[in-house]
Design a protein around this ligand. Sequence first.
Ligand code: PHE
Ligand code: FE
Length: 287
Amino acid sequence: APGVAPVVYGQADRPPRGDYSRASDDYTCAQDYDAYTEADHDTYRRLYERQSALLPGLASQHFIDALPSLGAKDRIPRFEEVNERLRRATGWEIVGVPGLIPEVPFFSLLANRKFPVTDWIRKPEEFEYIVEPDVFHDLFGHVPLLFNPVIADYIQAYGQGGLKAAELGACEMLSRLYWYTIEFGLIREQGGLRAYGAGILSSSGELNYSVRSPEPQRLPLSLERAMRTLYKIDTYQHTYFVIDDLQQLFDLTAADFEPLYRQLRDQPTIAADALLPGEVALQTSAS
Ligand code: PHE
Ligand code: FE
């Protein structure tokens, strides 16, 4: 997938690429800036250039407005430079990781307003497609919206909720919500649909597909529905969930999820492309 939640990586049938011997107990590591080659910086520059040109009309204005805060476009930014601005904006910081990390350390970082960013970049032959998140997905896809106060609080609350879900054995349900919001969420803006999910925003193909293609179905976000819905990690999504505004996302998830987990545990999962009786998919044109 163009970008995947760390919880997903446990499902991948190949080992992650990163060198975990570099990481401390909390799985973070220093950004190995000297390890980047000129070709690495060039890959970032080309990805940034192509992707930022695709954003108008497809990406959420919240994202477009925040993107310049990332800083350097012509090379991989230093995490410390990004952090100077990010700490001031929302009190978040980014921390380097060697790649996917397990659920509990991931949730702990988020609960402490630390967002893990993979420090290595894809190889040139993976320009179009990569199955693990790299520094481009993590930085370009996720970090701009950490400058937004509503998303900043949402992701921290998600991390706290994740620690609780881990105790309740509910990580799978919660990770589906992450998938369908933080990674692949759509939002209504200016009379149309726009993407705010990082997996879409860092993908050249899925950006247009998710917003404009008649193929996938789009449903208004419902916690119950999203938490039961399986997802694809190696194709474009079959179903996207739409929110009306960022505050709705925050408000929908404010309640204690424990009763919800208990209720959902007895219900079957829903296939990635299923439309249930009574459900009406949103029209792209009328969106
Ligand atoms: N309110 C959720 C709980 O009690 C936590 C949460 C917040 C989950 C935000 C997702 C997003 O578990
Ligand atoms: Fe991601």
